[in-house]
Design a protein around this ligand. Structure first.
Ligand SMILES: Cc1cc2nc3c(=O)[nH]c(=O)nc-3n(C[C@H](O)[C@H](O)[C@H](O)COP(=O)(O)O)c2cc1C
Length: 234
């Protein structure tokens, strides 16, 4: 992959028509210097540490890094084992002694070099996992803080125990929340080219066997990196 993604190439790759070119020019103009470091962070929202959501996000991140290994830094943040009380988002204070690990996650996402964020979740009864919803609700603090995630590239990955167990529904639901942050939401790139990464865990807890799903994860990572490089760090 050409590490120097030219704007013309990006426009062609993204299939963006003439009407959008002005908006992209404005975006590129306010981006960071072309050679600055770019960090891509993936947040694994499964309560099971190191399992299929984390595994799939790892593939996604590796594909992103391969776009420009010398410029792109990747990090996987696992929420498994962390306490993310959702009620704080509704203004309900923590009880005495109640733990809250969200600030350490928020600090990672607040790093100014972060240009893209991938949210990964297992499918739970055709919805995102509880931990994912708690994470999304708590991310409201970024929106309240001058839309701090605005302009960052966003993508979504979902893993289900069934081939068609609700992955696309979950992706759409998570994407809807990311739109609320003025994030620039993208799907998996060509040739799979749909809504995001959709993976199937056949019960073995090894999604590397899901050839098509792995392709969507890799294409999501690659596409996000390409767009993020063209965009520059917001
Ligand atoms: C409570 C619960 C509900 C689930 N509901 C669904 C579902 O609706 N559709 C589906 O495809 N898989 C469902 N699964 C399976 C998980 O999505 C699947 O095992 C996934 O790989 C788990 O991700 P993890 O390995 O990162 O924890 C469910 C699993 C649990 C525990």
């Amino acid at each position: 992959m050409d590490t120097n993604v030219s704007r013309r190439r990006f426009l062609g790759t993204a299939g963006i028509g003439a009407a959008s070119v002005g908006a992209l020019s404005a975006l590129a103009a306010e981006g960071a210097e072309p050679d600055s470091a770019l960090k891509i962070v993936a947040v694994a929202c499964s309560p099971r540490k190191g399992k299929t959501t984390a595994q799939a996000l790892g593939m996604c991140l590796e594909a992103a890094k391969a776009v420009a290994p010398e410029r792109i830094e990747i990090e996987l943040v696992e929420l498994a084992g962390l306490k993310i009380p959702a009620e704080l988002a509704a203004g309900i204070p923590l009880e005495a002694g109640q733990a809250d690990d969200f600030p350490e996650v928020a600090a990672k996402l607040s790093d100014p070099t972060v240009g893209a964020i991938i949210v990964g979740t297992p499918v739970y009864f055709a919805n995102m996992a509880t931990l994912c919803k708690a994470f999304i609700d708590r991310c409201g603090m970024f929106r309240k803080n001058k839309f701090a995630l605005s302009g960052k590239i966003a993508g979504v990955l979902a893993v289900g125990g069934v081939r068609n167990g609700g992955q696309e529904l979950v992706i759409q639901s998570v994407q809807a929340s990311l739109f609320c942050h003025e994030m620039l939401v993208v799907g998996d790139g060509r040739p799979t080219g749909h809504f995001g990464a959709c993976l199937w865990n056949d019960g073995s807890d090894d999604v590397s066997k899901d050839e098509f799903g792995v392709a969507t994860a890799k294409n999501l990572g690659r596409h996000m990196a390409e767009v993020a490089l063209a965009r520059g760090t917001p």
